[in-house]
Design a protein around this ligand. Structure first.
Ligand SMILES: C[S@@+](CC[C@H](N)C(=O)[O-])C[C@H]1O[C@@H](n2cnc3c(N)ncnc32)[C@H](O)[C@@H]1O
Length: 351
């Protein structure tokens, strides 16, 4: 979505990217110290709280550990604020363009009786201020500034290509009715549209601000996505109305009992033979204790209150418990991230 940031806004965001990259490099130095002191994956405590306490103890007095914490804290708190500030500088210029993109073939259905769940409305994820619906253009700020100018530059690889690659995990690609849980500002929806150009795509998310940005993206691309304000665990959509239910990077923002309901709701919504493809962060059980501690440390600083509980769940087992068959799960090579769970609703589930 075309826009030009002012020099100050660009510099602020670039600075935060630099801080976060420096924190990532410091983290590697921290792990080097741990190794030198004999704190290896196989010697770390099994319990995650005990693991943190053990590492804190080993690294007490290590300046690079303190600096890494400071840089991480700074970047976690500041990245959202600088993106807001950068947007404020251009808001008057681009608001008409953003508002005009509300018109088109991508639509949003709102439900006046919808009350967002408290696990969503009471948490300001990612340590941003005000949560997903903080301001009138939060969707643009998240999708175009936080995501494309910050997140995409601090994580390894092409995070948008990864959204396309995971679709290779599907056994077929003739899906015609696709439901996406957690559409947000539409990054995965774009990948779905590219891979399934003739499919009807329905997207559900509790955040009207994020869906407004997805609608802009959809309209700019000439898509006819049907977006709905709501939650995956209670979609309000009819039984057996989709042949693919999918999501990208949401489970770590959900309490475990909601994840179980997501699988059950996806099962209800799929026609017999329909496919489930859920994508999220790696499972701690698949990682060694040092790498799991690394993820857990980042989640703790990054404002992710459900990450640990979610990453400790066996999602394949969750899919099987809901009735899915041919379930397989695992991290995508080469880094094992993202993590994909596939399942199929059996044909005989009908009736
Ligand atoms: C990390 S973003 C999703 C990323 C997006 N799928 C992508 O590919 O970039 C998390 C999104 O999940 C949404 N969300 C949180 N709880 C949800 C729920 N129960 N059902 C559907 N969406 C939910 C949030 O509102 C937010 O927009």
């Amino acid at each position: 979505m075309d826009h030009f940031l002012r020099q100050r806004g660009r510099a602020l965001i670039d600075f935060e990217v630099g801080v976060r990259r420096a924190a990532n490099r410091m983290h590697m130095a921290v792990e080097g110290i741990l190794a030198a002191k004999g704190a290896l994956a196989e010697t770390l405590p099994q319990d995650m709280d005990a693991r943190h306490a053990f590492v804190d103890d080993v690294l007490a007095g290590a300046l690079v550990y303190q600096a890494r914490a400071l840089f991480g804290e700074w970047s976690a708190c500041q990245h959202g604020q600088v993106c807001e500030a950068a947007f404020e500088e251009i808001c008057d210029d681009i608001a008409p363009m953003l508002d005009a993109l509300a018109d088109g073939t991508t639509t949003i259905e709102e439900f006046p009786q919808f009350v967002p769940p408290r696990y969503w409305s009471e948490v300001w994820f990612h340590r941003t201020t005000g949560g997903w619906d903080a301001g009138p253009y939060s969707g643009f700020v998240h999708g175009e500034l936080v995501h494309k100018r910050y997140v995409s530059r601090i994580f390894p690889g092409d995070i948008y290509a990864q959204r396309r690659t995971v679709l290779d995990e599907l056994p077929r690609h003739d899906h015609a009715r696709i439901l996406e849980f957690g559409t947000s500002s539409g990054h995965y929806t774009v990948a779905l549209s590219e891979r399934f150009p003739r499919a009807m795509i329905v997207g559900i998310d509790p955040s009207i601000r994020m869906l407004e940005q997805a609608r802009r993206v959809g309209n700019a691309l000439g898509q006819a996505w049907q977006l709905r304000v709501g939650v995956g665990e209670d979609s309000g959509l009819p039984d057996e109305s989709f042949d693919l239910v999918t999501s990208y990077a949401i489970h770590h923002e959900l309490p475990p009992q909601i994840i179980a309901r997501w699988f059950a709701e996806a099962f209800r919504l799929l026609e017999p033979g329909g496919d489930l493809l859920m994508v999220d962060v790696p499972r701690y059980a698949d990682l060694d204790r040092l790498v799991a501690w690394r993820f857990d440390w980042a989640a703790k600083w990054g404002g992710e209150p459900f990450w640990r509980a979610s990453a400790q769940l066996d999602l394949a087992e969750g899919a099987r418990a809901a009735g899915f068959v041919d379930v397989h799960a695992g991290g995508i090579a080469p880094a094992g991230n993202p993590y994909v769970v596939y399942g199929r609703k059996p044909e005989q589930a009908h009736g």
